[in-house]
Write a protein that binds this ligand. Sequence first.
Ligand SMILES: Cc1cc2nc3c(=O)[nH]c(=O)nc-3n(C[C@H](O)[C@H](O)[C@H](O)COP(=O)(O)OP(=O)(O)OC[C@H]3O[C@@H](n4cnc5c(N)ncnc54)[C@H](O)[C@@H]3O)c2cc1C
Length: 499
Amino acid sequence: MNTSSTSNPFQSSPPPTPLEHFDLVILGGGITGAGIARQAQLQGLKTLLLEKNDFAFGTSSKSGKLIHGGLRYLKQGQWRLVWESCLEKARLLNIMAPQLVTKTSFYFPIFKSTKPGLFLTYLGMLLYWPLTFPYLSSFPKILSKNTFLKHFPFFKKKDLKAVLCFEDCKALDFRLVLETLKSFVQEGGIAYNYCFIKTQYFKEGRYYLNLSNEKYCTANCLIVAAGIWTPFILKELSLPLAPPSLSFTSGIHLTFSSTRLPIKQTMTLLAKKDQRPLYAVSWGSYILVGTTDVFLSKEELEKTQFSPSISKEDKLYILETLQEYFPELNLSFQDILSARIGIRPLVGSHEGKKESELSRDYMLDYHHSLQGNIVAITGGKLTTYRKMAEKTVNLIQKKFFPERKNWKSNSLSISLLGKNLNQSHKELTLDLLKIYFEEEWATTLTDCILRRSECFLAKNIPPKEIWPKIAQLAHYYNPKYSENFYLEELYTLFPKAST
Ligand SMILES: Cc1cc2nc3c(=O)[nH]c(=O)nc-3n(C[C@H](O)[C@H](O)[C@H](O)COP(=O)(O)OP(=O)(O)OC[C@H]3O[C@@H](n4cnc5c(N)ncnc54)[C@H](O)[C@@H]3O)c2cc1C
């Protein structure tokens, strides 16, 4: 596709006038784009957000779902990142999304061979603890082997010295994206999923945009917040900003039923193969375990169309670790309820570094000239999305709208108060499906099941008797596809139910 800015695509077929004008058009409907859109709209910028696939289609539905400072980044000396993450965690938990973000205790078993040992690891936790100000989590504890094993009798006993315990938080990433978008729309913003820029040109300080949903608009500024796709979009749209230098790593998560892997709260487990920390996080009826961290080349990413498959080795890496710590449970491939793979865009080159040593910080860059007004942002964490949005909008304000003086609001004190925020998403019910289609932009059952409900993660398969009703309802909301198409979606997502 040639989307070059040098020719005017509107000359041959002029769009309807007047064109709707936006201060900003954001590309990318993951947590980064959603956060910036909300922040910009709250600060008085008229904003349009475009997502090429479904909202939270990318990494933002495939993360470890931890809202945390990142104790392990302290070891790498990344104090600013940890401090910023801790502050944001407190803000999300106490002000912005108390219904979505919940506390979880982390148990960190220390064996005779664990490095660093009990003393140094506990010292690290003691240093981490004051960073959790102002929410101040409970004081880190040392549990004796016997106390711990009373609660986790199936855990590996050999060489276990003690277990450290501290507190952090978790949140369903895709729900955070959706609720942030709802808050954005409530403030007057517009968000389209399954929509991208077909062609664009820039003239006299304005972009003229031809969108894939047959709409046209103009905008002062384009924000590319598309995670791993960011450098590719800058190139594809011929935007005058050098693509950032990124490395890519993949990370998988597996889910298990809590009856097979009875873990309460969260457990930190050092991987059997290379001693990297893995987290096993309880989400009630299921446990999310991950993640791997494996380099992927740019070529591999493009060859797999940004969706690499999950290898048997990836699954084994996690299964072997579980087998090491829960030898009596004999977990196997058959116990895996679901598997998902997410890709990290890591800022900088990976030459000479291990995957886990690359910074989880973000890159924010801009270009302002007669050729265009662009901001690109990539990298970062789910936890710090509000802060990243604040910094991006402050930059936009300073560079692109210096004449506007009366900036409104800060996003700190405004919560995501969606009306269904307390709703459980464990089961796929007809009532919930109505909400997904009517209020949360779902267009297919795949959108509902993978990015709005937890039913796929928990393998909570809706009863077979209601499948025709589900298909009917989906067809009612999106008649573009037949009822059979929706039934096929259910069979594809829940193949075991069909046998
Ligand atoms: C395995 C893994 C585990 C992680 N765990 C954690 C964790 O526990 N805690 C934490 O804080 N962080 C975690 N992270 C980091 C966090 O998930 C990411 O920082 C965050 O999700 C990135 O969001 P994003 O919006 O930048 O990118 P994405 O979520 O990837 O969104 C980019 C979007 O852009 C869209 N797009 C692509 N092309 C176009 C186009 N042309 N036009 C419009 N839209 C387009 C895509 O469809 C996609 O939806 C983890 C990351 C990984 C990979």
